[in-house]
Design a binder for this molecule. Structure first.
Ligand code: GDP
Ligand code: IMO
Ligand code: MG
Length: 428
C-alpha cells in the first residue's frame, strides 16, 4: 500500500472517517481531494468523538501529515474554527502536519447565500444541499471567476477579483431575487485576515505529494461524499458538485492516475441518504426506523435524519466498477443485529425489464423496483468481535454472500464506531 484511495460507495456517510483513521496508522500522509465542509467525518478515539469537515481524518496522529488538496473548496472561517476546536481538544495542528494547496478554491459568504436562494428557487425540486455554498463555489470555479488560496495572500489580486465578483453577485441578488447586497469592505477585510492566518500552511501540494510518493511514503486519499453523489456518476441532479470517485483523487490531489496502487471502497451494511433524490431500496417503515435509531443515522454536518434502506448491490457493483475498487471495507454490520431477516437488493425491475446495471436516467431510477434476496439475521451482539470467526454464523454467511455477489473480498469489517471495533481480514 503506497498510494491508496478511500472512496464511499453509496450516498456518503459510509464511515469513511473511521476507515481513514484506521488505515492512517499505517500511512504517512492523508489527503482530502474534493468537497468542502459539506462533509462530516466522524472519528472516535479513546471514547472522544471528533467530527471533521475539512481536515483529513489522519489528524489524530501527530506524526501524520494532512493535506487539503487543490480539488477541495475551502470556507476559511469553518477551517479556522475547526483547527481551533481540534487544538482545544489537544490535537496537534501546525504548518508541519497540515498543508493546504495554493490552488484550492475559496468559499465566500455570497456562495452560502446563493446556495440558499437557489434551493429556495427550486421549491419541491430542491436538492437538499448542506447549504455550505459548495455548489456555487464549484460553479464559480468552472465559470473561471473563482478565487483561490494563492489569491487570498495577494492583497491587490484579492481586492480586484473580489470586487468584480461582488458586483456581479449583487446584481443577481438584487435583480433576480430582490435581496440585499453583500458588503465588499467587510468581506475583503475578513478574507485578508484569513489569508494571513492560512498562509503558513499553503504550498504546492501536488509537488509535495509527488516528492513524498517518490520517497516511498505511504499516502492515503480520503474521499468525501460518495459515488452516488458524484457529479458524473451520481443520481444527477441530486448530487454534489465534485468528484468523490477514485479518479477524483488524481485531479483533486494532483497525482497521476498511474501512481494509485489501491482503492478501498467503503460501504455500509445497509443504505442511507441525506437530502432529496431517488433511493430505490428506501424503507419508510419500522425497519427503516430501526436502522436509523440503531445506527444513529443523523447527519454529522447538518443533523438531518438520514433516509434508510436495505443494501443495494446494483449500486455497489456500479460504484466498485467506476472507481476500480480493489478491496472493500464493510461498516456498521453491528447495526443489523436483531433483525430476523436481512434483505439484499441484487437487481432492479424497470417496467418489464430486469436490470443489474445502475441506470443513468432519473426517470428509470424513480420507477425501479428492487428485487431482493433474503438472508437470516442474528441476535448476538457483535461489537466485541475482533476476528471473522468471532462473528455469529449468520453474520459470516451474510458477509460471504456479499463478497460472492460483488466479486471482491472484504479487507476490513467494522463493528462499531471506535478504532478497536474493527476486524482486519488482510494486511494493508
Ligand atoms: P463518513 O462521512 O463516511 O465519514 O461517515 P459519518 O462519520 O458521517 O457517519 C458514519 C457514522 O457511523 C459515524 O457516526 C461513525 O462514528 C459511525 N460508525 C462508523 N463505523 C461504524 C460501525 O461499524 N458501527 C457503528 N455502530 N457505527 C459506526
Ligand atoms: P460525507 O463526506 C452525505 C449531500 C447533500 C445533498 C447533496 C448536495 O460526510 O459523506 P451539497 O451541499 O454537497 O451541494 O449537497 O449532497 N451531501 C452529503 N450527504 N454525506 C456527505 O458527506 C454529503 N455531502 C453532501 O445532503 O443531498
Ligand atoms: Mg459524513
Amino acid at each position: 500500500m503506497s498510494v491508496t484511495v478511500i472512496v464511499g460507495l453509496q450516498w456518503g456517510d459510509e464511515g469513511k472517517g473511521k476507515i481513514t483513521d484506521y488505515l492512517a496508522e499505517r500511512s504517512e500522509v492523508v489527503v482530502r481531494y474534493q468537497g468542502g465542509n459539506n462533509a462530516g467525518h466522524t472519528v472516535v478515539k479513546n471514547g472522544i468523538w471528533y467530527k471533521l469537515h475539512l481536515i483529513p481524518s489522519g489528524v489524530l496522529y501527530p506524526d501524520k501529515i494532512c493535506v487539503i488538496g487543490n480539488g477541495v473548496v475551502i470556507y476559511p472561517r469553518a477551517l479556522l474554527e475547526e483547527i481551533e476546536e481540534l487544538k482545544e481538544k489537544g490535537v496537534k495542528i501546525d504548518q508541519e502536519n497540515l498543508k493546504i494547496s495554493d490552488r484550492a478554491h475559496i468559499v465566500f459568504p455570497y456562495h452560502l447565500i446563493e446556495d440558499e436562494l437557489e434551493e429556495e428557487g427550486k421549491g419541491v425540486e430542491e436538492i437538499g444541499t448542506t447549504k455550505r455554498g459548495i455548489g456555487p463555489c464549484y460553479k464559480d470555479k468552472s465559470e473561471r471567476i473563482g478565487i483561490r488560496m494563492c489569491d487570498l495572500v495577494r492583497e491587490d489580486v484579492l481586492r480586484e477579483k473580489l470586487k468584480k465578483n461582488i458586483e456581479k453577485k449583487n446584481k443577481v441578488f438584487k435583480n433576480i431575487y430582490g435581496k440585499e447586497s453583500v458588503d465588499f469592505d467587510e468581506i475583503f477585510k475578513d478574507y485578508k485576515e484569513y489569508g494571513e492566518k492560512l498562509k503558513p500552511y499553503m504550498m504546492d501540494t501536488s509537488l509535495f505529494l509527488y516528492e513524498m510518493a517518490k520517497k516511498g511514503k505511504k499516502i492515503l486519499f480520503e474521499g468525501a461524499q460518495g459515488t452516488l453523489l458524484d457529479l458524473d456518476f451520481g443520481t444527477y441532479p441530486y448530487v454534489t458538485a465534485s468528484h468523490p470517485v477514485a479518479g477524483g483523487a488524481s485531479i483533486g490531489g494532483g497525482i497521476g492516475p498511474t501512481m494509485i496502487d489501491e482503492v478501498v471502497g467503503v460501504m455500509k451494511a445497509y443504505t442511507t441518504r441525506v437530502g432529496q433524490g431517488p433511493f430505490p431500496t428506501e424503507l419508510k417503515d419500522d425497519i427503516g426506523n430501526f436502522l436509523r435509531e440503531r445506527g444513529y443515522e443523523y447527519g454529522t454536518t447538518t443533523g438531518r435524519a438520514r433516509r434508510c434502506g436495505w443494501l443495494d448491490l446494483v449500486m455497489i457493483k456500479y460504484a466498485v466498477r467506476v472507481s476500480g475498487v480493489t478491496t472493500l471495507a464493510l461498516t456498521k454490520l453491528d447495526t443489523l443485529t436483531g433483525l430476523s431477516t436481512i434483505k439484499i437488493c441484487t437487481k432492479y425491475k424497470i417496467g418489464e425489464e430486469i436490470v443489474d446495471n445502475f441506470p443513468g436516467s432519473l426517470e428509470d431510477l424513480n420507477h425501479c423496483e428492487p428485487i431482493y434476496e433474503e438472508m437470516e439475521g442474528w441476535n448476538e451482539d457483535i461489537r466485541g468481535a475482533r476476528s471473522f470467526d468471532d462473528l455469529p454464523l449468520n453474520a459470516q454467511k451474510y458477509v460471504r454472500r456479499l463478497e460472492e455477489l460483488i466479486g471482491i473480498e472484504f479487507g476490513i469489517i467494522s463493528v462499531g464506531p471506535s478504532r478497536e471495533e474493527t476486524i482486519m481480514l488482510r494486511n494493508f
